[in-house]
Ligand binder design. Structure first.
Ligand code: FAD
Ligand code: DHB
Length: 380
């Protein structure tokens, strides 16, 4: 079997890349380890930044997003018992849309299949070889020869190991316990709460579903957290009215910053979480994955259709500029909002001072807002 672009992983990065390439007449095959049902149900990100929303609309994926997505014009930071709103619309003229990652994935799969795209699920044993000559992806039961291979297989995939790279890694001394609850949100916008007992985040998915997160110790077992304990802790840390309801999902997520440099080796290109991850506090992971494949779709188009390598040669450096901006923002939001078990009184006072300045100075609030709603693609 042969194709122009072999894509490993049907997450937002792999699927969107396949969609963008198809619009330019470039064929691809997407190989995914999990089942379609699994990837469509996997609850993860929820915040789409402005450039992501614009891109999805531009490429014909905005219909359900505009109907069901929840447009937000700000978020609140809560600390010292008070809530402070950061008004994105006023500070930047832009906003975000709350729309679950699995909804983006569902829309992308539906679009690929409707266009006759080749997305294969439950493909095991993927191995990538000969990336500096004639790339081939081996898998159980077959092989796929390609002009180029894209590793969009997430942080735990196989492709990163095929790229000689320097890894920049930082792990944080806390994790997030996330829940999805069948309960009507009481807030219109997200609330990021800094509290001495630990960070908490109020988010939502729909008028019936609330999404909430609690900072927990690194080695937390979600089963140690009964529903009652979770709700008590959320009430305590968020300090606002919260509707309780049956839990639909409960899971622990680690907090890590990781960047692979470079993001390319020969004819193998890494995109999204396969190349870099951020702690979730800045809501940047999926948005970065989408920004990568926008650059990559342009670069591969000129390479494959015109024989012009300028785009592919610049791919890694171009992406890494935006990646490092998001790495900084995510690290900054994480450090400002969490309670570090090793922090002393000096650290805690610095943190509070940073929070106060962020909500009281228009310049500081604008910096948060610009990064949160997403810097225009190509501007970083
Ligand atoms: P993935 O979505 O991980 O997709 C990779 C795919 O590759 C998967 O389907 C996987 O099954 C497949 N795969 C792996 N190995 C193989 C293999 N060997 N062979 C074939 N297939 C393979 N980001 C935001 O932008 N905003 C947020 O609000 C946000 N909140 C988050 C909250 C949580 C709790 C978590 C966990 C993450 C959050 N993120 C957020 C991050 C976001 O979910 C990721 O950055 C995003 O999924 C990256 O997309 P991707 O396509 O690069 O990788
Ligand atoms: C959500 C996740 C995040 O990481 C974040 O910063 C904001 C919202 C969410 O799942 O809704």
């Amino acid at each position: 079997m042969r194709t122009q672009v072999g894509i490993v992983g049907a997450g937002p990065a792999g699927l969107l890349l396949s969609h963008l390439l198809a619009r330019r007449g470039i064929e691809s095959v997407v190989l995914e380890a999990r089942s379609r049902e699994y990837v469509e149900k996997r609850v993860r990100a929820g915040v789409l930044e402005h450039p992501t929303v614009e891109l999805l609309r531009e490429v014909g994926l905005g219909e359900r997003l505009d109907r069901e997505g929840m447009a937000h014009e700000g978020v609140s930071l809560r600390f010292d018992g008070e809530e402070h709103r950061i008004d994105f619309a006023d500070l930047t003229g832009r906003g975000i849309v709350v729309y679950g990652q699995q909804e983006v994935v569902k829309d992308l799969i539906a679009a690929r299949l409707a266009d006759g795209g080749d997305v294969r699920f439950e493909v095991s044993g993927v191995r990538i070889e000969d990336v500096t000559s004639d790339p081939v992806i081996h898998f159980d039961g077959g092989e796929l020869r390609c002009d180029v291979v894209v590793g969009a297989d997430g942080f735990h995939g196989v492709s990163r190991a095929c790229v000689p790279h320097t890894a920049h890694d930082r792990q944080y001394p806390f994790a997030w316990l996330g829940i999805l609850a069948k309960a009507a949100p009481t807030q219109d916008e997200l609330v990021y709460a800094h509290h001495e007992r630990g960070f908490a985040l109020y988010s939502m998915r729909s008028p019936e579903i609330t999404r909430l997160y609690l900072q927990v110790p690194v080695d937390t077992d979600a089963d140690d957290w009964s529903d009652a304990r979770i709700w008590d802790e959320l009430h305590e840390r968020l300090g606002t009215e919260i509707n309780e309801g049956p839990l639909l999902e409960k899971g622990v997520t680690g907090m890590r910053s990781f960047v692979t440099e470079p993001m390319r080796h020969g004819k193998l290109f890494l995109a999204g979480d396969a190349a870099h991850i951020v702690p979730p506090t800045g809501a940047k992971g999926m948005n970065l994955a989408i920004a990568d494949v926008r650059v990559l779709a342009d670069a591969l188009t000129t390479h494959l259709q015109d024989g012009d390598d300028t785009g592919i040669d610049g791919y890694s450096d171009t992406c890494l500029r935006r990646v490092w901006r998001a790495e900084h923002f995510s690290w900054w939001m994480t450090s400002m909002l969490h309670t570090d078990p090793a922090a002393d009184a000096f650290d805690r006072r610095l943190q509070l001072s940073q929070l106060r300045q962020t909500v009281s100075s228009r310049a500081a609030a604008t910096t948060l807002a610009e990064n949160y709603v997403g810097l225009p693609h190509g501007s970083v």
